[in-house]
Design a binder for this molecule. Structure first.
Ligand code: BG6
Length: 466
């Protein structure tokens, strides 16, 4: 029996700053991501985002290839700095036109456009006005969201608020939001993002009553490293700080009490106003979208371990919360070439857990494997490891559906090769290869990988055979 419902949104994902390039064209103003590569901590051997995959000029060709692949949906982000020019909210008409043309072309090709309002690229005028830490952020985000709902409200059925709100908070120092790790400031960032998100949800319901809107965090089921009871406590702790505090806020309208108590114990002041909490309560989503790459395994940190939080950490690895939980290796899992654990069964577990907690329909807005793909002389790319990765994850998603989980769609990362958040273009994710290297832009020509043909067939059969 086919587990996937009729009309299931098989698709793929991208984000503006990683895909578009041409950062100085079309009236776009500077964003945090334009400056990212000049940061001291940004690796010197990989490219930044100035050129990316050139999608800003090659979008027609990209949509054509996506349509040929049979995509039913395409999740992309609108670039905030392409739409709003300054802190007075002046609109860049050229930016609006770019996305209008893109959306119209997707619809013409039978592809459902699924829009992320904000995916990591904060306009510099917002940063200069106090950044995410300042309450002005909420106002700027509201102005921007309103422009999008008014311009595209009739065409977009599914909106996503903020990509990986939880990772923006946990890695705030890596995203130019904060200068260094600082829990007190991170909590303020989280709260501002939550209020901004709630306001966007409320506005969306008012302006686009037939559309649906949801958050898009990065969620990972958490395993205790051992069967020691204290490691299970660490698992519960990490669950809260990595997953639930954000989803509880948007879906239930409350801040998790264990989280609040931990903050108090750490001497961190956090006093949301009544009015802000009222906004958060009123901004409930219609569905949950989330990104899944892997699970997390944690143990209870010793005092000595707690000092290790200066070590390298990213979305999936290395997180340490002093006295609360710390990431550990899982010896049962294989890793990608870039060191991220691969856990398809963990995908089923994560889907089950999120559904059990919130009882909302779900869509996956990212899932995939970053790898050093090789372009052969004849233009083929044999990415059998990617096919295997997707086979195993889709199989487990089918299991989750047969467990009773309600799924709307699956949009793996990424539709086309793009620049990774911190590991360059060599960490490729796409079904479509882009002919460029870290610092040699070559011709940016697109090539179909083996996974492209495999996914096309899977979509044709609505996931009957993986
Ligand atoms: C997610 C982000 O965290 O992971 C994407 O939403 C990102 O923007 C993706 O590209 C993969 O991570 P990375 O670091 O390999 O690019």
């Amino acid at each position: 029996m086919n587990k996937f419902p009729k009309g299931f949104l098989w698709g793929a994902s991208t984000s503006a700053y990683q895909f578009e390039g041409f950062i100085k064209e079309g009236g776009k103003v500077p964003s945090t991501m334009d400056l990212y590569e000049y940061k001291e901590s940004y690796p010197k051997n990989v490219t930044g985002f100035s050129d990316a995959s050139g999608h800003y000029k090659m979008w027609k060709e990209d949509v054509k290839m996506m349509a040929e692949m049979g995509l039913k949906s395409y999740r992309f982000s609108i670039s905030w700095p392409r739409i709003i020019k300054n802190k007075d909210g002046e609109i860049n008409q050229e930016g609006l036109k770019f996305y209008t043309d893109l959306i119209d072309d997707l619809i013409k090709n039978g592809i459902e456009p699924i829009v992320t309002i904000f995916h990591f690229d904060i306009p510099m005028f917002v940063m200069e006005d106090g950044g995410v830490l300042n309450q002005n952020f909420v106002k700027h985000f509201e102005v921007y969201s309103k422009v999008l709902f008014e311009a595209f409200g009739e065409k977009i059925k599914y909106w996503l608020t903020i990509n990986e709100l939880n990772i923006l908070v946990l890695m705030a120092h890596g995203f130019e939001i904060l200068e260094k790790q600082d829990f007190e400031k991170q909590i303020k960032v989280m709260h501002n993002l939550n209020v901004a998100q709630a306001k966007a949800i409320i506005l969306c319901k008012k302006k686009c009553p037939s559309a649906k809107i949801g958050p898009a965090p990065n969620i990972a089921a958490v395993y205790p490293s051992t069967s020691k009871p204290e490691d299970y406590t660490a698992k519960l702790n990490m669950d809260i700080i990595r997953n639930w505090v954000y989803l509880d806020a948007v879906c239930k309208g409350v801040y998790n009490n264990v989280f609040l108590t931990y903050m108090k114990k750490m001497g961190i002041k956090f006093e949301p106003t009544k009015e802000e909490m009222e906004t958060i309560k009123n901004g409930k989503p219609d569905f949950i979208a989330f990104n899944y790459y892997s699970t997390l395994t944690v143990k209870m940190p010793s005092n000595e371990d707690s000092l290790k939080n200066k070590e390298k950490a990213d979305q999936q690895t290395g997180l340490v919360v002093p006295g609360f939980a710390m990431a550990d290796q899982n010896p049962n899992l294989q890793k990608t070439q870039f060191g991220w654990e691969i856990d398809p069964i963990g995908f089923r577990n994560t889907l089950r857990e999120v559904y059990d907690r919130y009882h909302l329909p779900m869509m996956i807005t990212e899932n995939g494997i970053g790898a050093r793909d090789v372009l052969e002389k004849d233009g083929s790319i044999h990415d059998d490891y990617r096919i295997e990765y997707y086979q195993k994850h889709i199989e487990q998603m089918a299991e989750a559906i047969s467990d009773g989980v309600e799924m709307i769609g699956y949009m793996p990362w990424s539709a086309v090769d793009l620049v990774s958040t911190h590991e360059g273009i060599s960490k490729r994710y796409g079904f479509i290869y882009v002919n460029r290297d870290e610092f040699d832009l070559k011709d940016m020509k697109r090539f179909k990988k083996d996974s492209y043909y495999w996914y096309k067939k899977l979509i044709e059969e609505n996931g009957k055979n993986f």
